[in-house]
Write a protein that binds this ligand. Structure first.
Ligand code: SAH
Length: 355
């Protein structure tokens, strides 16, 4: 951990820091509350701290506070996409979705991604770096501050592979759901993974109440390998075994995400084979008609094919939902806003330097 990144510190670490600075231990609780409950963006707001302490902290422990470079708002359903600038100039995106049951924020866990899923825009430029706990937290905090509405659900389904940033992800969850902060219920936190088997097994033992979502996207290894390079590392059998272990330890129902690509994984036979693979598991399948990206030729399954796929799964006793499309009038697929921004910057620089 970066020992100067104050927003990534748990309360015990803040207490140690106060001791190091010669301050009373109760200062730690005050600062923690300012950062994680009152969502302060600057030490100047922390009026119950002495001026000298504020000054000392300001000089040595900068507060990670993300600034929006762009906010897009859907005219259809109010969904908002935020493009945030990180302290080092990298950009990431987050999404705010408004539902009847509350506001949900989808956050990025990395700038870029190295998993290489074929249909995903986030992975095209590769991985730039993993995000710090503070940078994950502040996507939620900034959006709550900017929208002035409480965030009740958090999904780690934006750019990046959260289990490829394991330690930071865990710290993020602890601070987000802990008592001294926003105290979001762990049951309202979902982590989505492309299927890193050892990390799934490890996560099962962390005594968390979060929901695990697995990006399955195929009914067998052959088809999965075509779409997701990670399937070459871990076979579906190993992945589903890890899921069974996760279920056994946590008793938390697993979600399988399945992006439907026309003519690739959306036939009734695919549905039947998928049902056979996950039969008997406490799970739920979320069908997502693939969001086409211009770099690839994947085509979204027709509405009727999606409906048929759902009915077929249900016939085999599987719980299924079709993901409601949110914000379809703004840069749709995961990672597209960020990618468009990076491409624009590059072409402008080429304009300057390219003669
Ligand atoms: N790396 C994690 C989380 C990020 S992606 C994971 O793989 O789960 C979040 C979800 O969106 C994943 O299920 C991913 O496969 C899916 N996804 C990415 N690009 C998509 C696209 N263009 N259309 C439909 N689903 C997509």
């Amino acid at each position: 951990m970066n020992t100067r990144d104050i927003k990534s510190m748990e309360i015990e670490e803040l207490k140690e820091l106060m001791a190091d600075l010669g301050e009373k231990p109760f200062r730690a609780a005050q600062i923690y509350e300012w950062l994680h409950k009152r969502l302060a963006e600057d030490y100047e707001e922390m009026t119950n701290l002495s001026k000298s302490l504020r000054q000392k902290l300001k000089e040595n422990y900068p507060i990670v506070s993300l600034k929006p470079l762009e906010i897009q708002t859907s005219k259809i359903d109010g969904t908002q996409k935020y493009l945030f600038c990180l302290p080092d100039g990298n950009v990431i995106e987050s999404v705010l979705m408004k539902y009847e049951h509350g506001n949900s924020v989808c956050i990025s866990s990395q700038a870029g991604c190295r998993m290489g899923c074929r249909f995903c825009a986030s992975t095209i430029g590769g991985l730039t770096r993993s995000l710090l706990p503070s940078e994950m937290l502040d996507q939620v905090y900034s959006i709550q501050n900017l929208s002035k509405e409480r965030v009740s659900n958090v999904v780690v389904m934006g750019t990046g592979e959260p289990l490829d940033n394991y330690e930071n992800l865990l710290r993020f969850i602890q601070i987000l759901t802990g008592e001294g902060g926003l105290h979001i219920s762990q049951r309202n936190v979902t982590v989505s993974t492309c299927g890193l088997v050892p990390e799934i097994r490890k996560l099962a033992r962390e005594k968390l109440q979060i929901t695990l979502a697995i990006s399955l996207h195929a009914p067998n290894d052959e088809k999965r390998r075509e779409l997701m390079p990670i399937a070459r590392k871990y076979q579906m059998e190993e992945l589903l075994d890890a899921c069974r272990e996760y279920l056994q330890i946590t008793h938390r129902r697993i979600t399988f995400e399945y992006s439907l690509v026309k003519g690739v994984n959306d036939s009734p036979e695919d549905a039947k084979e998928l049902a056979g693979q996950i039969k008997g598991m406490n799970c739920h399948v979320n069908l997502i008609p693939v969001n086409p990206i211009k770099e690839r030729s994947f085509v979204k399954s027709a509405k009727e094919a999606v409906e048929k796929f759902k009915i077929k799964l249900e016939k085999y006793g599987i719980n299924v939902t079709i993901r409601r499309e949110m914000g379809s009038d703004i840069d749709g697929a995961c990672g597209q806003l960020r990618k468009r921004f990076i491409e624009k910057e590059r072409s402008e620089n080429e304009g300057i330097f390219g003669y």
